[in-house]
Design a protein around this ligand. Structure first.
Ligand SMILES: Nc1nc2c(c(=O)[nH]1)N[C@H]1C(S)=C(S)[C@@H](COP(=O)(O)OP(=O)(O)OC[C@H]3O[C@@H](n4cnc5c(=O)[nH]c(N)nc54)[C@H](O)[C@@H]3O)O[C@H]1N2
Ligand SMILES: Nc1nc2c(c(=O)[nH]1)N[C@H]1C(S)=C(S)[C@@H](COP(=O)(O)OP(=O)(O)OC[C@H]3O[C@@H](n4cnc5c(=O)[nH]c(N)nc54)[C@H](O)[C@@H]3O)O[C@H]1N2
Ligand code: SF4
Ligand SMILES: [Mo]
Length: 579
């Protein structure tokens, strides 16, 4: 068995791991993008207790009995009453093999996303596709703008690449990166669209635009400049809590420099998230950041970009944001904890309580395993064959099985069992792994890269019909000024969404008058949650921080979609605090 594999978690970095037989500690591969270190999740991976035995209605059963039960549950209703709900607990490519069974069988799959969808839709509207600036290009940049992204927590392998660079942070929280930055704009949440538009406007006024680029690839820029003129500068700056001086400072730092805008999901957890991303992308276009080395926008690309799927996925689909579980009789949940991670938990709980057969196929006990009728333990990544790619760089990592375990079943084996029972054609596991590997080429640094991904995308123009960048042509948003505090629900350093050490607190600025340690009720139009207060003076006074994965946080969030795309909007609702 090989002893090199890769981390399966939903994370920008997609680290490569050395497994030493009999040793509990996993190590980061020294060569390549992992640079010899992992993060707390993988450093302690083997300490987290996994589900050991299948269960039906609370009683332990054998794996064979569990598979038989699963087959019966699937066969017990109309095909269209079976839902396959798959999350992102494991990001490797073989997770999708189960789609093949369910789609071929005639069941319903999901579409849309809880994650980056609004931002992606904004990028696609402007550029015609979402081709990402691979994160390692940042090594060639002079200036890095972290815009709604928290690299110390969510992409630590980027940190060694940016040591001597000019750093700008745009974030309502004074993050660790913000404290070390040359400039931190601690704007009011949900106002990035206006900041980005004002930056474009002043760049144009100061003749800082890349005219050569704009004339060739983005000729709508004069119209866009006109659109930005609809903003009343003084009033808007006041509303978004940014000063004219800060705009000037930012423009001074980026003009004529190689600039990377490293954008995270923080900016787009709102109904107008699509337009927010378009406005940031437009600022990048005004600066001429596309087509040049060390420049561009690095967001979440698609980890499947450049790789075709060998699986049948043709099926009816329902949104995974506002899924009406009660329309189904059998719901098969894989690699997800929807009862905690989907928005509007009360709605999810109620809807799923009406389902006859809830199946949970995962590694850990959580809110979803608690209510499931049938629980099937998965094999962790160390004990099965797989391949992974990243949504932030172009490396393809092979994930051969590095050890043997009797516990659980792999996605492939579960799928192969169901295909056999229902007479559906499925290829061998090796066939699929080989299919994925065929999309990679080895480069001189020894790593394998997805062949069809470019280091500098859009060199020959954009993927829109006109080959040009399409600017936002209407301004539908207003600065949101309703009553209440802004909910910030970003990623925790101690958990990966609801896996590992989940936080249990609400973080508040000490000036709000709540005592450290007291239990408060946080409420929104959707519901409420009781949490213990921790003070955090890196927050703005008008913000409440509850990390993703905190139990009950999604009692507060709405199951509405972002405008024009099926993406969740976890920060749309304002909240109130009471004793
Ligand atoms: N440790 C850890 N790492 C993870 C994860 C995890 O749960 N834990 N989850 C993984 C997943 S699924 C994802 S999608 C990625 C996401 O990782 P990131 O893209 O970094 O996303 P977030 O942590 O949600 O938010 C990033 C920053 O956006 C800021 N922010 C919030 N609202 C606004 C706003 O209105 N404007 C601006 N400018 N900033 C705002 C937050 O304060 C935060 O600092 O991380 C992955 N990596
Ligand atoms: N409030 C709030 N809510 C959020 C977010 C937020 O920022 N704030 N972020 C959203 C985002 S960006 C995301 S991506 C989602 C993530 O939400 P989910 O996709 O639900 O991800 P996790 O919470 O990580 O839970 C994944 C489950 O996958 C299982 N698992 C792990 N590995 C494997 C495996 O190899 N096989 C199988 N079968 N199962 C496995 C584990 O048991 C784990 O419980 O949450 C969203 N929800
Ligand atoms: S940084 Fe990300 S990819 Fe690397 S070990 Fe941690 S979770 Fe996995
Ligand atoms: Mo995510």
């Amino acid at each position: 068995m090989s002893n090199i594999t890769a981390c399966p978690l939903d994370c920008y970095d997609a680290c490569e791991i050395v497994y030493e037989d009999g040793k509990l500690k996993l190590k980061g591969l020294k060569s390549g993008h992992t640079q010899g270190f992992l993060c707390p999740h993988m450093n302690h991976y083997e300490k987290y207790a996994t589900i050991q035995k299948p269960r039906y209605k609370g009683k332990e059963i054998t794996l064979d009995e569990a598979l038989l039960k699963l087959k019966e549950m699937i066969g017990s209703c109309e095909k269209s009453e079976v839902l396959h709900y798959r999350g992102s607990g494991n990001f490797a490519l073989m997770q999708e093999v189960t789609d093949h069974f369910f789609a071929s069988y005639g069941a319903v799959l999901t579409e849309g996303t809880l994650c980056d969808g609004a931002g992606e839709a904004g990028i696609v509207e402007g550029r015609g596709s979402n081709k990402n600036m691979p994160i390692h290009e940042v090594a060639k940049s002079d200036v890095v703008i972290f815009w709604g992204r928290n690299p110390h927590t969510t992409s630590s392998h980027l940190l060694p690449l940016i040591k001597d660079k000019t750093i700008i942070v745009i974030d309502p929280i004074k993050t660790k990166m913000a404290k070390a930055a040359d400039l931190h704009i601690q704007l009011k949440p949900h106002t990035d669209l206006f900041l980005a538009m004002l930056l474009s406007r002043f760049l144009h006024i100061e003749n800082g635009c890349d005219e050569e680029f704009l004339e060739e690839f983005a000729t709508g820029y004069e119209d866009y400049y006109e659109l930005t003129q609809n903003l009343r500068i003084k009033a808007v700056l006041e509303q978004i809590d940014v000063s004219l001086g800060q705009l000037g400072d930012l423009l001074g730092l980026v003009k004529d420099k190689k600039v990377a805008i490293v954008c995270g999901v923080g900016i787009q957890k709102y109904s107008d998230g699509v337009d927010v991303m378009r406005a940031i992308d437009a600022f990048a276009a005004m600066l001429g950041l596309f087509t040049k080395e060390g420049c561009g926008v690095s967001y979440l690309g698609s980890s499947r970009d450049g790789i075709s799927s060998p699986f049948n996925k043709k099926s009816k689909k329902v949104s995974k944001v506002n899924t009406e579980f009660s329309n189904f009789k059998t719901v098969f949940i894989q690699g997800a904890n929807p009862l905690a991670q989907m928005p509007n938990s009360t709605r999810v709980r109620e809807s799923i309580s009406k389902v006859d057969n809830v199946v949970y196929f995962g590694l850990y006990e959580n809110e979803t395993s608690e209510i499931a009728d049938l629980i099937i333990p998965a094999k962790s990544f160390l004990y099965k064959d797989d391949v992974r790619t990243s949504y932030s760089h172009n490396v393809m990592s092979f994930m051969p099985k590095v050890a043997h375990s009797e516990v659980g079943i792999s996605e492939y084996d579960l799928c192969a069992y169901l295909c056999k029972e229902y007479d559906i054609k499925v290829e061998s596991e090796e066939f699929y792994i080989r299919h994925f590997k065929n999309f990679a080429v080895q480069k001189i640094d020894g790593s394998w890269y997805v062949e069809n991904r470019e280091e500098v995308p859009y060199k020959d123009g954009f993927d829109t019909k006109s080959k040009e960048f399409i600017f936002l042509d209407e301004l539908d948003s207003k600065v949101e000024e309703s009553q209440g505090l802004h909910l910030i629900t970003c990623k925790s350093p101690t958990s990966l969404n609801s896996q590992f050490n989940r936080q249990e607190s609400v973080f508040l600025h000490s000036s709000l008058g709540f005592d450290e340690g007291e239990v408060v009720r946080v409420s929104s139009v959707e519901g409420s949650v009781e949490l213990r207060v921790k003070h955090n003076d890196d927050l703005r006074h008008d913000c409440v921080l509850i990390y993703s994965g905190t139990k009950g946080v999604n009692n507060l969030t709405t199951h509405k979609h972002a405008l024009s795309t099926k993406s969740a909007i976890f920060q749309e609702n304002k909240v109130e605090i009471s004793r």
